[in-house]
Design a protein around this ligand. Structure first.
Ligand code: SF4
Ligand code: SF4
Length: 202
C-alpha cells in the first residue's frame, strides 16, 4: 500500500507539465504508443515523443511543448488523451523505483504529487498494468540491460557509443512491434538477439 490516491487527479495535471526530458520511454511504452495505436515510431516522434541523451544513451522521452511546457498528449481540458496507453512512468508517478541486487523496490516521492490528503492504494492497482510479475521481470531486465550498455558507452570510444546507440534505437524502438502479439514475447526475442550480437552473454 502507498499513499498515492489522488481522486483521479480531478482538476490537476501538474505532473504532465514541466517534466523536461525526464519521462523516458521503454520498449513497452513504445509498443503501447505505436503498435497499439497503429502508428510507427516515426509518427510518435512527429506527435509527442523526442530523442534525448540519458546518462550516455540515446533514448526516447515524452515531449513537453508550448509556453506551459506541457506533455504533447495533454488535452486543453487537462486530461491525458492516451490514458489507457500512457507510459509506465505516468502510471508509476509519484512512486519511484529503487534498484538493488537484480530487483527493485518502490518508494514514494512524498513531495511530488500536489494533491493534499492522498489515500492509500495498493501499488499493483495504482500502476494499472496487467501481468504484474511479467512486468516486474521486464522492468528489471531492461534496467539491467541499460546499465550494461552504459558501461560499454562509458569506455570512452565515441564511435562505439554512436553505433551502439543507433543499434539500440533500431532494435528496440524503430523496428515495429506486432499489436496482435504479447509484448513480452517480442521483447525477449529481441533481447536474446541483441545480447548475442553484442557478445554480452559470452
Ligand atoms: S500531481 Fe498528483 S494529482 Fe496532480 S496530476 Fe499528478 S498525480 Fe494527479
Ligand atoms: S502521457 Fe498522459 S499522463 Fe503522461 S505526461 Fe502525458 S498527458 Fe500526462
Amino acid at each position: 500500500m502507498a499513499r498515492v490516491g489522488c481522486g483521479d487527479c480531478a482538476g490537476c495535471s501538474a505532473c504532465c507539465r514541466g517534466m523536461g526530458d525526464s519521462i523516458l520511454l521503454d520498449p513497452l511504452d513504445v509498443y503501447r504508443l505505436a503498435a497499439l495505436r497503429d502508428k510507427s515510431f516515426e509518427e510518435c516522434l512527429a506527435e509527442g515523443v523526442e530523442l534525448g541523451v540519458a546518462e550516455g544513451l540515446v533514448l526516447p522521452h515524452l515531449k513537453m511543448i508550448g509556453a506551459e511546457e506541457q506533455c504533447a498528449y495533454l488535452t486543453p481540458q487537462g486530461r491525458c488523451s492516451i490514458h489507457p496507453l500512457r507510459p509506465g512512468f505516468c502510471r508509476l508517478f509519484p512512486l519511484g523505483r529503487y534498484y538493488e541486487n537484480g530487483t527493485f523496490r518502490y518508494f514514494l516521492q512524498v513531495k511530488e504529487c500536489k494533491k493534499p490528503n492522498r489515500t492509500k492504494v495498493k501499488v499493483g492497482k495504482w500502476i494499472d498494468t496487467p501481468d504484474l510479475a511479467k512486468n516486474r521481470a521486464f522492468v528489471t531486465c531492461w534496467h539491467d540491460f541499460l546499465e550494461d550498455c552504459r558501461e560499454l558507452v562509458g569506455q570512452g570510444d565515441d564511435a562505439l557509443g554512436r553505433n551502439l546507440n543507433l543499434y539500440l534505437l533500431r532494435r528496440f524502438y524503430l523496428a515495429p512491434y506486432e499489436a496482435g502479439r504479447d509484448f513480452y514475447g517480442q521483447f525477449y526475442e529481441r533481447m536474446d538477439l541483441v545480447r548475442k550480437e553484442l557478445g554480452m552473454d559470452a
